[in-house]
Design a protein around this ligand. Structure first.
Ligand code: MOS
Length: 730
């Protein structure tokens, strides 16, 4: 078996282009809203205009008689369902946030549905709303599920002994997801069974949610999602529009499409919560952390808790002697918080990595040296060894490529014309996750190979690396592999969140392909017409689609020739589970990220000229898709630092900048050079292919590196994000 594994590694080939690249650039890739479902009609969600209270009445007489209208679904006539806790789907008249769905107008066309929506007369009984986070801080409470606190050592003793301390508060705003493709669902019923096209990060979760909501049997729901135009966490939950599409389709007895508008992305489909992070650090004169305290406050909705685990990385990243972390929630009448790229670490590294920059300055230490002084050789939170950690090499590699040695530790020392130049750095980290996945592999008499798995590709490269994993096990060109995913009828896989898909799906594909290959070898050995007839099983291997014996490589037969005689495909299904000993080690990905900014001395406009990052993410499965994930994460980190913020109207509780003209996301001109490298050191303890996942770590640390560079350039420490011109001028 070991020898076989070694052969397979030699067979590893990367696809130079994305598996789905051509389909996407030619427009042939179909997204959820684009499926040409026969007789489909259009649902438009009408949203509450108050943040708190109840619906008193809905007069829908004008709307129901408007052109093209088939139905107006309201809390007064909607089918009864059993939704998950995260959504309001017209089961009662309570209003918990401004923007909550209160009706769905279904019409022949979207313009007709939207027009009829304006004709609804809705009256409310408003109640006082909770909207002022700062004023309600004293009412912060523990999360309902999971304490999310940790404690070790004697904090007070650490502060007494300290040579230097930091005690600061860092705040990050509510942010909203803006994938290119907004959410969309087409739902249709046939003989009591439900079919949906949905843009989702988890077809299995959508299926289970719909089965639960409508009291259906397993497999009465069929979910398809071949392509996703970006997920980033907002498509990791089943939101109201999915259920509302299925409910209204039941009502009008026709397929219903609900495509969320860009404006509707802000509120009803989750937001990254704001954070208010109080951080206290105490260190001795060598920089060693004696005490670390990280207390996080954030908003949560009135109906379901979501914890942005911003202090989580603080438990494990550095070896602080004493430590205390907590997460507490302030209930507000806003839409629910949810996962957004690197939930926890993206915001948490902002606080922690700026606080370390402040500590380094007080100790007159280089920021990289300070991190090395606190390098954790094992997980200090869990007291477990790492499955693999090469963060030292990340610091060294990125620092050299960036030319960190040129940095002046005192701020405001480097000027080019009227530009203030600054350098900053931070550590990046994100947990490694795996879940059970099953895949099927079929070797066809044509010589091509089919791979199927009920996972989904968010645009990250899942198709591409599935093809590679199968090709590697079989010893064929990955271009000969046809991949099918995004169908709940396929063998089951988990959701694509928590950077887990590569490490969950590829081992299943790989194992199924190994099993199929074993069957192919057995077929040859038992086939008197094969040159491999009676060859000993452990001596047969494959390369370039040809089986051969290792002792006598000319004794060989192409897969296609062998299968042409039998005339039937060879097939195997395999399930891959997280490592059996997974509780005996701790697995995380690591990185070091360095930023150079140029700040206009007059206008204080910030330009991030250059970001250099080196990452230890285990095996880099595909250079193009993997590096692209990291580049995208870093671009978002720059955006986090400088641009993104959802503004809440303090009276009405509406997100006022709910469009991408006023909710700023970067364009190419905002992003300078991004230079990414991966160590590409496999973590075989964590997963058979050594990959740990790559989707989220890129954003972590990046915003702090930019913030630290801005301080180095200007001498102005902004602890309230985003770092805008007004704050730099103040
Ligand atoms: Mo990711 S925010 O866990 O989809």
């Amino acid at each position: 078996m070991i020898a076989l594994e070694e052969d397979n590694k030699q067979n590893a080939k990367q696809l130079d282009s994305r598996y789905d690249g051509r389909l996407k650039v030619t427009g042939a890739a179909k997204y959820a809203a684009e499926f040409p479902v026969k007789d489909v009609v259009h649902g438009y969600i009408v949203q509450a205009t108050i943040p708190s209270g109840t619906i008193a009445s809905i007069d829908d007489s004008a709307a129901t008689h408007a052109s093209g209208v088939l139905a107006v679904m309201t809390p007064f006539n909607a089918p009864k369902v059993t939704p998950n806790d995260n959504v309001q789907v017209l089961q009662n008249t309570n209003i918990l946030y401004n923007g909550q769905p209160v009706a769905v107008v279904v019409a022949r066309s979207l313009p007709e549905a939207m027009h009829a929506a304006t004709l609804l007369r809705i009256t409310y009984n408003p109640t006082p709303a909770r909207l002022d986070f700062d004023a309600l801080l004293h009412e912060a409470r523990d999360p309902k599920r999971g304490a999310r606190t940790s404690q070790r050592g004697d904090l007070a003793a650490g502060f007494t002994k300290a040579a230097a301390t930091v005690d600061e508060t860092y705040t990050t705003p509510i942010q909203n997801h803006n994938p290119m493709e907004p959410h969309a669902t087409i739902a249709s019923w046939e003989n009591g069974k439900l079919k949906v096209y949905d843009s989702t990060q988890g077809i299995t979760g959508v299926r289970q949610n719909l089965e639960h909501a409508f009291g259906l049997q397993p497999n009465d729901v069929n979910v398809e999602c071949p392509f996703v135009g970006g997920g980033f966490g907002c498509k990791g939950s089943v939101w109201s529009h999915v259920l509302l599409a299925a409910m209204s389709a039941k009502m009008v007895q026709k397929p219903v499409k609900i495509a969320i508008t860009r404006e509707q992305m802000f509120g009803p489909v989750g937001s990254r919560p704001n954070t208010r992070q109080h951080i206290r650090l105490a260190a001795d004169s060598t920089g060693k952390l004696l005490a670390t305290q990280h207390d996080v406050l954030m908003y949560t909705s009135m109906f379901a808790d979501f914890v942005e685990g911003a202090a989580n990385q603080t438990n494990m990243l550095y070896g602080s002697e004493a430590l205390s972390t907590s997460h507490r929630l302030v209930e507000l009448n806003l839409g629910m918080g949810t996962f957004q790229r690197a939930p926890g670490e993206a915001t948490g590294t902002v606080g922690l990595e700026i606080a370390l920059d402040e500590l380094a300055e007080k100790l007159n230490m280089d920021p990289v040296q300070l991190r090395l002084a606190n390098y954790s050789e094992e997980d200090p939170g869990k007291n477990l060894p790492w499955s693999s950690k090469h963060l030292r090499e990340c610091y060294a590699d990125a620092a050299e490529r960036f030319n960190w040695a040129r940095r002046k530790s005192t701020p405001q020392q480097v000027r080019e014309g009227n530009k203030l130049i600054g350098y900053g750095m931070a550590t990046a980290t994100y947990g490694a996750n795996r879940s059970n996945s099953t895949a099927i592999v079929r070797i066809l008499p044509t010589g091509r190979v089919y791979v199927g798995c009920g996972t989904q590709d968010l645009g990250t490269g899942t198709y591409t690396i599935m093809a590679q994993a199968a090709a590697m096990a079989l010893g064929i060109d990955p271009a000969l592999v046809d991949v099918e995913l995004g169908k709940s009828r396929l063998p089951r896989s988990g959701g694509s969140g928590g950077s887990q898909t590569a490490a969950s799906v590829c081992p299943a594909v790989y194992q199924a392909a190994l099993d199929a290959k074993q069957r192919l070898i057995d077929l040859a050995r038992n086939d008197s017409a094969s040159p491999l007839h009676l060859a000993s099983a452990d001596m047969v291997t494959s390369r370039d689609g040809v089986l051969f014996t290792k002792s006598f490589p000319t004794k060989s037969e192409p897969f296609a020739a062998l299968l042409a005689r039998s005339g039937a495909p060879i097939e195997a299904t395999a399930t891959a589970e997280p490592a059996k000993d997974r509780n005996s080690f701790s697995s995380h990905s690591w990185g070091a990220v360095f930023a150079e900014v140029a700040v206009d001395a007059d206008t204080r406009m910030v330009h991030v000229r250059r970001v250099v990052g080196t990452y230890d993410i285990g095996t880099l499965m595909n250079k193009k898709t993997g590096i692209n994930q990291l580049q995208g994460g870093i671009a978002w980190g720059i955006s986090f630092a400088l641009l993104e913020e959802s503004h809440i109207d303090p009276t009405h509780g509406l997100i006022v900048n709910r469009n991408i003209a006023e909710y700023h996301v970067p364009v190419n001109a905002d992003i300078g050079e991004i230079d990414v490298a991966c160590l590409n050191i496999p973590d075989y303890r964590f997963s058979p292919l050594g990959a740990r996942g790559i989707g989220e770590i890129g954003i972590t640390g990046a915003a702090a590196a930019v913030a630290n560079a801005i301080y180095n350039a200007t001498g102005k420490r902004v602890r309230d994000f985003p770092i805008t011109v007004d704050k730099l001028m103040a």
